[in-house]
Design a protein around this ligand. Structure first.
Ligand SMILES: Nc1ncnc2c1ncn2[C@@H]1O[C@H](COP(=O)(O)OP(=O)(O)O)[C@@H](O)[C@H]1O
Ligand SMILES: [Mg+2]
Length: 359
């Protein structure tokens, strides 16, 4: 019995694309169609760079193999999609030869690594946060206790002395103690046991509140605000104070990144039905996705790698706690936070929250 080969290829979980000697698509199995959001009918006959875009690394890989006749690989490539979330794929490309050893085409084998990649990132993020949580809780405890005593003593000294310089010095101590206490309070966020208080929340109300707080900041430069809200999003069970803090941090970062010239701050909401990779939520839950995007300078790749580290800052006067605190509260809601940036174009921070219904 001769099987229909295309049925077999469609059953393969990896994407398979076969190109002819001119780089036109001869065959696309169903996994490849899913990755590139196309159908076999519309893909077949198209030059590969028409399907993927002329600068697409996978198209270049395929054309390179056609030209050289040597197999090549490409790993962890992000493929942006219009209707669904981007995927991360590993590709291997092998030349096909005709009877005379001429190159007659190329076969691309595409493995969808998205879920694996997300899981890896999630594990790293959780581990960092949990290690940091232990240390932070310990330090906070050790530091906060004596602060009250120091502050009280400085106040007494200041009140008892007639010497103006001594009074100034005592005031300085009080002021600095208050600053340290505020920092310690921020650190306490990472300590265990700080619960989120879940109640029905209208996410658009939270985001509008954040925009209002942002407008009240007189030092903020003129920023154009683009609200792209999906009105069909229902209320979700969440802690609105914490979410306000999260999105205020992200919006402030966006505004600060755009600098005195300003730019456009876009806040977008949508729902998606992706599986949530979280240990705190069972099974597949609809996700609420909120994107905070700016038209600032973007983030260089080496800086991007540091951003999961608390206290990392490139701003004079920054604490480097904004993103860490945001990540923490998003994680406490069972969600995730991802930063995407193209240097020179801007940054988009994507927050995914499980849409637990207030029922
Ligand atoms: N939207 C953004 N555009 C460019 N860089 C950003 C953006 N958001 C955060 N960053 C970078 O991340 C660093 C850490 O941010 P954050 O944790 O909020 O601390 P802080 O704002 O105190 O520096 C910033 O100093 C900046 O380098
Ligand atoms: Mg910040």
């Amino acid at each position: 019995m001769v099987r229909d080969l295309s049925g077999v290829l469609d059953a393969v979980l990896a994407g398979i694309l076969v190109l002819d000697e001119e780089g036109r698509i001869e065959l696309a199995n169903s996994a490849a169609c899913r990755i590139f959001e196309t159908s076999a009918e519309s893909a077949c006959g198209l030059p590969v760079e028409r399907l993927l875009g002329p600068d697409h690394a996978i198209a270049k890989l395929a054309l390179g193999v056609l030209a050289s006749g040597r197999a090549a690989v490409d790993s962890e490539r992000r493929v942006e999609r219009r209707r669904a979330d981007a995927v991360v794929v590993d590709t291997s490309a092998s030349p096909l030869f005709d009877d005379d050893q001429g190159i007659s085409g190329v076969v691309l084998f595409l493995r969808d690594r998205t879920i694996q990649k997300q899981l890896e990132e999630l594990v790293v993020e959780r581990e960092r946060l949990s290690a940091f949580g232990h240390i932070a809780a310990g330090i906070a405890h050790e530091v906060k206790n004596p602060l009250g005593g120091i502050r009280g003593a400085a106040e007494i000294l200041g009140a008892r002395t007639e010497d103006g310089r001594m009074q100034e010095a005592a005031k300085l101590v009080v002021r600095e103690v208050d600053r340290i206490a505020a920092l310690v309070d921020e650190l306490m966020v990472f300590a265990r046991g700080d619960e989120v208080h879940l109640a029905p929340v209208n996410i658009h109300r939270v985001l509008d509140h954040v925009l209002e707080l942002l407008r009240m900041d007189a030092s903020a430069p003129a920023v154009r605000v683009d609200r792209v809200f999906d009105p069909s999003i229902p209320e979700l069970l969440a802690d609105d104070r914490r979410l306000t803090q999260v999105f205020l941090n992200l919006a402030q970062n966006a505004v600060q990144a755009m600098g005195p010239e300003g730019g456009t701050l876009t806040i977008r909401t949508r729902m998606s039905l992706a599986h949530l990779l979280s240990t705190e939520v069972e099974g597949s839950v609809p996700l609420l996705r909120v994107t905070v995007a700016d038209t600032g300078p973007g983030i260089a790749p080496d800086v991007l790698a540091e951003l999961a580290t608390p206290f990392f800052t490139t701003r004079a006067g920054g604490t480097g706690l904004g993103l860490a605190v945001s990540r923490h509260w998003v994680a406490r809601h069972g969600g995730s936070l991802r930063i995407e940036s193209t240097p020179g174009e801007g940054t988009a921070v994507q927050v995914a929250l499980p849409l637990r219904r207030a029922s």
